[in-house]
Design a protein around this ligand. Structure first.
Ligand SMILES: [Mg+2]
Length: 270
Protein backbone atom coordinates (compact mmCIF):
# COMPACT_ATOMS: atom_id res chain seq x y z
CA UNK A 1 0.00 0.00 0.00
CA UNK A 2 2.79 2.38 0.97
CA UNK A 3 4.61 1.70 -2.30
CA UNK A 4 1.40 2.37 -4.23
CA UNK A 5 0.88 5.70 -2.46
CA UNK A 6 4.45 6.72 -3.15
CA UNK A 7 4.09 5.83 -6.81
CA UNK A 8 0.89 7.87 -7.02
CA UNK A 9 2.49 10.83 -5.24
CA UNK A 10 5.49 10.72 -7.54
CA UNK A 11 3.16 10.53 -10.50
CA UNK A 12 1.24 13.60 -9.35
CA UNK A 13 4.46 15.52 -8.73
CA UNK A 14 5.79 14.57 -12.16
CA UNK A 15 2.53 15.60 -13.82
CA UNK A 16 2.46 18.97 -12.03
CA UNK A 17 6.09 19.55 -13.02
CA UNK A 18 5.22 19.00 -16.68
CA UNK A 19 2.00 20.99 -16.70
CA UNK A 20 2.26 24.07 -18.87
CA UNK A 21 1.52 27.30 -17.07
CA UNK A 22 -0.57 30.05 -18.64
CA UNK A 23 2.51 32.24 -19.03
CA UNK A 24 4.61 29.52 -20.66
CA UNK A 25 2.32 27.39 -22.81
CA UNK A 26 4.11 24.43 -24.37
CA UNK A 27 2.15 23.03 -27.28
CA UNK A 28 2.16 19.26 -27.63
CA UNK A 29 4.42 18.26 -30.51
CA UNK A 30 5.95 21.71 -30.81
CA UNK A 31 9.55 20.55 -30.54
CA UNK A 32 10.99 23.04 -33.02
CA UNK A 33 11.09 20.55 -35.89
CA UNK A 34 10.30 22.60 -39.01
CA UNK A 35 9.21 19.47 -40.90
CA UNK A 36 6.57 18.31 -38.42
CA UNK A 37 3.94 19.82 -40.71
CA UNK A 38 4.50 16.73 -42.90
CA UNK A 39 3.71 14.26 -40.11
CA UNK A 40 0.00 13.62 -40.70
CA UNK A 41 0.36 13.74 -44.48
CA UNK A 42 3.18 11.20 -44.44
CA UNK A 43 1.42 8.90 -41.98
CA UNK A 44 -1.76 9.03 -44.08
CA UNK A 45 0.25 8.02 -47.16
CA UNK A 46 2.27 5.29 -45.47
CA UNK A 47 -0.11 3.87 -42.88
CA UNK A 48 -3.72 4.42 -43.91
CA UNK A 49 -5.68 1.75 -45.73
CA UNK A 50 -7.70 4.69 -47.01
CA UNK A 51 -4.75 6.02 -49.07
CA UNK A 52 -4.35 2.56 -50.61
CA UNK A 53 -8.08 2.45 -51.35
CA UNK A 54 -8.10 5.93 -52.93
CA UNK A 55 -5.22 4.99 -55.24
CA UNK A 56 -6.95 1.78 -56.28
CA UNK A 57 -10.16 3.74 -56.83
CA UNK A 58 -8.32 6.15 -59.15
CA UNK A 59 -6.62 3.36 -61.09
CA UNK A 60 -9.85 1.37 -61.26
CA UNK A 61 -11.47 4.37 -62.99
CA UNK A 62 -8.43 4.66 -65.25
CA UNK A 63 -8.71 0.99 -66.19
CA UNK A 64 -12.43 1.25 -66.98
CA UNK A 65 -11.76 4.29 -69.17
CA UNK A 66 -8.84 2.60 -70.93
CA UNK A 67 -11.07 -0.41 -71.66
CA UNK A 68 -13.96 1.78 -72.82
CA UNK A 69 -11.79 3.90 -75.13
CA UNK A 70 -9.76 1.01 -76.60
CA UNK A 71 -10.01 0.89 -80.37
CA UNK A 72 -11.23 4.48 -80.73
CA UNK A 73 -7.96 5.72 -82.17
CA UNK A 74 -5.20 4.29 -84.34
CA UNK A 75 -2.58 6.01 -82.15
CA UNK A 76 -4.01 6.05 -78.63
CA UNK A 77 -1.83 7.41 -75.84
CA UNK A 78 -2.01 7.69 -72.09
CA UNK A 79 0.06 10.25 -70.19
CA UNK A 80 1.09 9.67 -66.61
CA UNK A 81 2.98 11.80 -64.18
CA UNK A 82 5.55 9.87 -62.10
CA UNK A 83 6.01 11.22 -58.57
CA UNK A 84 3.03 10.39 -56.32
CA UNK A 85 1.27 9.04 -59.42
CA UNK A 86 3.37 6.00 -60.35
CA UNK A 87 6.18 6.29 -57.78
CA UNK A 88 5.67 6.66 -54.03
CA UNK A 89 8.20 9.07 -52.53
CA UNK A 90 6.75 9.17 -49.03
CA UNK A 91 10.02 7.70 -47.62
CA UNK A 92 11.63 11.00 -48.59
CA UNK A 93 9.14 13.09 -46.59
CA UNK A 94 9.39 10.61 -43.70
CA UNK A 95 13.15 11.26 -43.79
CA UNK A 96 12.46 15.02 -43.77
CA UNK A 97 10.39 14.68 -40.59
CA UNK A 98 12.81 12.36 -38.79
CA UNK A 99 15.88 14.45 -39.69
CA UNK A 100 14.21 17.89 -39.54
CA UNK A 101 15.50 18.62 -43.03
CA UNK A 102 13.46 20.67 -45.51
CA UNK A 103 13.19 19.59 -49.12
CA UNK A 104 16.32 20.35 -51.11
CA UNK A 105 17.31 19.40 -54.65
CA UNK A 106 20.49 17.74 -53.31
CA UNK A 107 18.79 15.36 -50.86
CA UNK A 108 15.96 14.73 -53.33
CA UNK A 109 18.61 13.68 -55.86
CA UNK A 110 20.12 11.26 -53.33
CA UNK A 111 16.68 9.66 -52.90
CA UNK A 112 15.99 9.47 -56.65
CA UNK A 113 19.42 7.97 -57.42
CA UNK A 114 18.77 5.17 -54.92
CA UNK A 115 16.00 4.08 -57.35
CA UNK A 116 14.12 2.43 -54.48
CA UNK A 117 10.65 4.01 -54.76
CA UNK A 118 7.74 1.59 -54.55
CA UNK A 119 4.89 1.80 -57.03
CA UNK A 120 1.77 3.74 -56.04
CA UNK A 121 -0.97 1.18 -55.27
CA UNK A 122 -2.84 0.15 -58.42
CA UNK A 123 -0.37 1.74 -60.84
CA UNK A 124 1.41 -1.43 -61.90
CA UNK A 125 -1.73 -3.38 -62.80
CA UNK A 126 -3.19 -0.40 -64.67
CA UNK A 127 -0.03 0.15 -66.71
CA UNK A 128 0.03 -3.48 -67.78
CA UNK A 129 -3.62 -3.33 -68.87
CA UNK A 130 -2.98 -0.12 -70.83
CA UNK A 131 0.10 -1.68 -72.42
CA UNK A 132 -1.78 -4.83 -73.41
CA UNK A 133 -4.62 -2.75 -74.90
CA UNK A 134 -2.15 -1.12 -77.30
CA UNK A 135 -1.84 2.28 -75.66
CA UNK A 136 1.44 4.12 -75.99
CA UNK A 137 2.38 5.32 -72.53
CA UNK A 138 4.18 8.60 -71.95
CA UNK A 139 5.71 9.39 -68.59
CA UNK A 140 5.73 13.19 -68.32
CA UNK A 141 7.54 14.10 -65.14
CA UNK A 142 9.27 17.10 -63.62
CA UNK A 143 12.14 14.94 -62.47
CA UNK A 144 15.36 16.41 -63.83
CA UNK A 145 16.68 14.91 -67.06
CA UNK A 146 19.82 13.93 -65.14
CA UNK A 147 17.58 11.56 -63.15
CA UNK A 148 16.35 9.65 -66.20
CA UNK A 149 18.65 6.63 -65.88
CA UNK A 150 17.90 6.06 -62.18
CA UNK A 151 14.19 6.61 -62.76
CA UNK A 152 14.12 4.05 -65.57
CA UNK A 153 16.11 1.60 -63.42
CA UNK A 154 13.63 2.05 -60.57
CA UNK A 155 10.67 1.49 -62.89
CA UNK A 156 12.27 -1.46 -64.67
CA UNK A 157 12.89 -3.07 -61.27
CA UNK A 158 9.18 -2.58 -60.52
CA UNK A 159 8.38 -4.44 -63.75
CA UNK A 160 6.57 -1.50 -65.36
CA UNK A 161 5.92 -1.48 -69.11
CA UNK A 162 7.33 0.77 -71.86
CA UNK A 163 10.37 1.73 -69.80
CA UNK A 164 12.62 3.16 -72.51
CA UNK A 165 13.79 6.67 -73.24
CA UNK A 166 11.25 7.34 -76.02
CA UNK A 167 8.46 7.14 -73.43
CA UNK A 168 9.91 9.72 -71.05
CA UNK A 169 9.55 13.49 -71.18
CA UNK A 170 11.33 14.86 -68.14
CA UNK A 171 11.84 18.49 -67.15
CA UNK A 172 14.27 20.45 -69.30
CA UNK A 173 13.55 24.17 -68.97
CA UNK A 174 10.07 24.51 -67.49
CA UNK A 175 7.90 22.63 -65.00
CA UNK A 176 4.87 23.54 -67.13
CA UNK A 177 4.00 20.32 -68.97
CA UNK A 178 1.96 21.94 -71.75
CA UNK A 179 4.79 21.83 -74.32
CA UNK A 180 5.51 18.19 -73.57
CA UNK A 181 1.84 17.23 -73.96
CA UNK A 182 1.83 19.16 -77.25
CA UNK A 183 4.93 17.24 -78.36
CA UNK A 184 3.02 13.98 -77.85
CA UNK A 185 0.14 15.33 -79.96
CA UNK A 186 2.59 16.49 -82.65
CA UNK A 187 3.82 12.90 -82.91
CA UNK A 188 0.29 12.07 -84.04
CA UNK A 189 -0.97 10.54 -80.81
CA UNK A 190 -4.47 10.94 -79.42
CA UNK A 191 -4.14 11.55 -75.69
CA UNK A 192 -7.17 9.68 -74.38
CA UNK A 193 -6.33 9.65 -70.70
CA UNK A 194 -4.08 11.53 -68.29
CA UNK A 195 -3.16 10.41 -64.79
CA UNK A 196 -1.61 12.68 -62.17
CA UNK A 197 -1.60 13.94 -58.59
CA UNK A 198 -1.15 17.61 -59.42
CA UNK A 199 -3.75 19.36 -61.58
CA UNK A 200 -0.93 20.79 -63.70
CA UNK A 201 -0.51 17.21 -64.90
CA UNK A 202 -3.71 17.80 -66.92
CA UNK A 203 -3.68 21.46 -67.89
CA UNK A 204 -1.15 24.26 -67.53
CA UNK A 205 -3.82 26.59 -66.14
CA UNK A 206 -3.25 25.01 -62.73
CA UNK A 207 0.51 25.52 -62.99
CA UNK A 208 0.26 29.24 -63.56
CA UNK A 209 0.75 31.31 -60.42
CA UNK A 210 -2.85 31.14 -59.26
CA UNK A 211 -4.08 31.41 -55.70
CA UNK A 212 -6.03 28.63 -53.99
CA UNK A 213 -9.43 30.17 -54.80
CA UNK A 214 -8.55 30.50 -58.49
CA UNK A 215 -7.26 26.91 -58.59
CA UNK A 216 -10.51 25.66 -57.06
CA UNK A 217 -12.57 27.70 -59.53
CA UNK A 218 -10.65 26.04 -62.37
CA UNK A 219 -11.31 22.63 -60.78
CA UNK A 220 -15.04 23.34 -60.63
CA UNK A 221 -15.02 24.36 -64.31
CA UNK A 222 -13.28 21.07 -65.21
CA UNK A 223 -15.36 18.93 -62.82
CA UNK A 224 -16.86 16.77 -65.57
CA UNK A 225 -13.37 15.61 -66.64
CA UNK A 226 -12.27 14.17 -63.30
CA UNK A 227 -12.54 10.39 -63.31
CA UNK A 228 -13.20 10.51 -67.06
CA UNK A 229 -10.21 11.91 -68.98
CA UNK A 230 -8.37 13.26 -65.91
CA UNK A 231 -7.59 10.58 -63.30
CA UNK A 232 -6.45 12.16 -60.02
CA UNK A 233 -4.30 10.48 -57.37
CA UNK A 234 -4.24 11.79 -53.79
CA UNK A 235 -1.07 13.62 -52.71
CA UNK A 236 -1.19 15.19 -49.28
CA UNK A 237 2.61 15.60 -49.12
CA UNK A 238 3.26 18.49 -51.50
CA UNK A 239 2.06 20.02 -54.74
CA UNK A 240 1.16 23.23 -56.49
CA UNK A 241 -1.61 23.61 -53.89
CA UNK A 242 1.18 24.20 -51.36
CA UNK A 243 2.98 26.60 -53.70
CA UNK A 244 -0.23 28.60 -53.90
CA UNK A 245 -0.30 28.93 -50.09
CA UNK A 246 3.31 30.15 -50.20
CA UNK A 247 2.59 32.65 -52.98
CA UNK A 248 4.97 30.61 -55.21
CA UNK A 249 7.91 32.02 -53.26
CA UNK A 250 10.61 29.35 -52.87
CA UNK A 251 12.91 31.56 -50.78
CA UNK A 252 10.81 31.82 -47.62
CA UNK A 253 12.20 30.85 -44.23
CA UNK A 254 10.69 27.85 -42.47
CA UNK A 255 9.20 30.26 -39.90
CA UNK A 256 7.44 32.27 -42.62
CA UNK A 257 6.18 29.10 -44.26
CA UNK A 258 4.76 27.95 -40.94
CA UNK A 259 3.10 31.33 -40.47
CA UNK A 260 1.55 31.25 -43.97
CA UNK A 261 0.19 27.75 -43.33
CA UNK A 262 -1.49 28.92 -40.16
CA UNK A 263 -2.92 32.00 -41.93
CA UNK A 264 -4.42 29.72 -44.59
CA UNK A 265 -6.40 27.71 -42.04
CA UNK A 266 -10.12 28.39 -41.94
CA UNK A 267 -11.10 27.59 -38.35
CA UNK A 268 -14.48 27.02 -36.76
CA UNK A 269 -15.85 29.63 -34.38
CA UNK A 270 -15.93 27.85 -31.03
MG1 LIG B 1 3.36 14.12 -59.20
Amino acid sequence: LKATSLTLLLGILTLSNCSPTDENQVEIGDDGNSQNYLMAATLFTQQSAEYTALCHQAYHLATMQALALAGQSSKPAIILDLDETVLDNSPYTAWQVIQDRPYSPDTWTLWVLQAQAEAVPGATAFLHVADSLGYTIFYISNRDTSHLKATMQNMADLGLPQVDTSHYLLKTNTSDKTERRDAVRQMGFDILLMVGDNLGDFDGAWDKPANSVQRKTLALAAASKFGVSYIVLPNTLYGTWEGAIMGYNRDLTEATRDSLRKQALQPANL
